[in-house]
Design a protein around this ligand. Structure first.
Ligand SMILES: [Zn+2]
Length: 126
């Protein structure tokens, strides 16, 4: 799940005022893997405000729920975060906190590295 109150989901802590487009490639690769499996995953909009979540990965339903009312940056980051949860698989509840930290770090790493690659590519052409 992605908590609304987590600073990494606020859109300010990660890549402030930068478009989330650099995360597009890993997002697409993750989506392709999940949607082309023998038991494909579904990505669906959901109002998760009652839980104070921006997104949720529900393994028994093989569904990722995303709050569609987020701005573009938060939406892309939330989707990437939930895709990583889905790809990593379910865990016992006592491991949730550790897993959340791992997924957060992976999400940040991907968003940052893709942004750096985009900047390098733009710079190389000038
Ligand atoms: Zn999470």
């Amino acid at each position: 799940m992605t908590l609304v109150s987590s600073p990494a989901e606020s859109g300010t802590a990660l890549i402030s005022n930068e478009p989330a487009i650099p995360a597009l490639v890993p997002i697409l690769l993750a989506m392709r893997e999940l949607m082309s499996s023998s038991e494909p995953w579904t990505i669906a909009p959901a109002d998760l405000r009652a839980y104070k979540w921006l997104g949720a990965t529900i393994f028994p339903r093989r569904t990722i729920y995303i709050d569609p009312l987020q701005d573009w940056e938060d939406w892309a980051e939330t989707l990437l975060h939930e895709l990583i949860h889905a790809l990593r698989g379910p865990l016992p509840e006592e491991e949730y906190d550790a897993e959340e930290a791992i997924v957060e770090a992976a999400t940040r790493r991907i968003m940052r590295s893709m942004l750096a690659e985009l900047r390098a590519a733009i710079g190389a052409q000038r």
